[in-house]
Design a protein around this ligand. Sequence first.
Ligand SMILES: [Zn+2]
Length: 149
Amino acid sequence: MWKYINFCIICVIINLNINTAFAHLHCEASYQYAWAKKNNAVCEYKNDDGTRVDCLTKTHAIEFDFAKKWAEAIGQALYYQYKTGKRAKVILILENPQKEMVYFNRVKALSHIHNFDAEYITPDILDLSNNNECHYTKCKCHRQKHINK
Ligand SMILES: [Zn+2]
């Protein structure tokens, strides 16, 4: 009996670890809008071919992505540069900066060679309230609260 209970506890712990490993804490849009507010950027700018730039500033066309999508982010940013005539910038979201800096370093290395800009942001930009909710009300951090109720 105790063996069975122990086994169950281990399963629950493993399951929790898998969930936290793969699930993002906040939506990409939460980071995008938080950054845009600080930097006077226009969000979701539509190109003439229907593609959308995550954020547009006076100088830059910007693509936001979570760390593991670093390669895709570069391709998208360069395409938006071509479409808008503004300089490409990749902003990588590092929810776990210590572990994910390796992905940003890849983008940074290529940014020097291929002439675009790169920066990273962390959950610090979200200015989280006490219950770890961000300001973007459609974010999953708000949904989670309703599910738990
Ligand atoms: Zn959130």
